[in-house]
Design a protein around this ligand. Structure first.
Ligand code: 2AM
Ligand code: CA
Length: 254
């Protein structure tokens, strides 16, 4: 099997397990400022890692719920076994499984699966982005006032920095509407699919955005840091849009 097949199989299998646990009583543990974790996070991670290890035993793996496994210098998988765990733990139906593959530090494959809606977003570098096999593209809306935006941010940042809410209020006033939906990977794919015009996140981990950022750029979207500078998974912040409203968002927050 090739990279894409393994990633897809792993996402579908892990997603099915996550869906199985949805709405059932689960043990929910606190990770402090990092939010919560459930049995489904660990189960999903085990399933994905097993699929990857059996196909590509030498590859490196960075996954949210376990220490990084250093492997080949060329290939590293970046996994969020359950993105949107807070939603999940409340039976709020918005979460995903996210799997990306880096080759020499560049994300070359991204798969984000929403098991409740049976939506699989997939992108390969240079080959476009697809939702359940059909090509997707960002929206053509150029006006902030007609844009649906989303923003996620962790609770500890909200407690410490008043700026987060000032930005949130400014975007709420200028956009058609603003959501705080809770799954960074899925929100990036929604910008890619034209369901949102933009998404802003002042702090994420590499696993939240690795797959979604490739789906977004392959669908014609733009992603930068919060000031409009170059985006990287290590920078831990992003503004992702359809490209047309990017400057408008930066101006609205200047
Ligand atoms: P998670 O569900 O995998 O924890 C929600 O605000 C989004 O931010 C989700 O993608 C969530 O991922 C992520 N997230 C939650 N807490 C975070 C933290 N402390 N730092 C960075 N990202 C976080
Ligand atoms: Ca997670």
């Amino acid at each position: 099997m090739d990279f894409k097949e393994v990633a897809t199989k792993a996402a579908l299998k892990a997603g099915a397990a996550v869906r199985e646990g949805f709405g059932r009583p689960l043990s929910v543990e606190s990770k402090g400022v990092e939010g919560v974790v459930t049995e489904s996070d660990f189960l999903s991670e085990r399933i994905i890692k097993e699929e990857i290890r059996s196909a590509f035993p030498g590859h490196g793996i960075l996954s949210e719920e376990s220490p990084e496994e250093k492997g080949s210098l060329t290939y590293r998988w970046i996994i969020d076994p359950l993105d949107g765990t807070t939603n999940y733990s409340h039976s709020f139906p918005h979460f995903s499984v996210s799997i990306a593959l880096e080759e020499k530090g560049q994300v070359v494959l991204g798969v984000v699966f929403d098991p409740l809606r049976d939506e699989l977003f997939l992108a390969e570098a240079g080959k476009g982005a697809r939702l359940n096999g059909k090509a997707i593209h960002v929206s053509r809306t150029g006006e902030l006032g007609k844009s649906l935006l989303a923003s996620d941010f962790p609770k500890d940042l909200a407690a410490k920095e008043g700026g987060i809410f000032r930005d949130f209020a400014a975007l709420s006033r200028k956009a058609q509407a603003l959501r705080r939906a809770g799954s960074a990977a899925l929100e990036l794919c929604y910008v890619a699919a034209g369901r949102l015009e933009g998404y802003r996140n002042p702090r994420f981990h590499a696993w939240d955005a690795a797959a979604g950022s490739l789906v977004l750029t392959e669908a014609g979207g733009m992603i930068t840091d919060l000031e409009g500078g170059p985006f990287s998974l290590d920078s831990g912040e992003c503004l992702a849009t359809n490209g047309l409203i990017h400057e408008r968002v930066l101006e609205a927050l200047a």
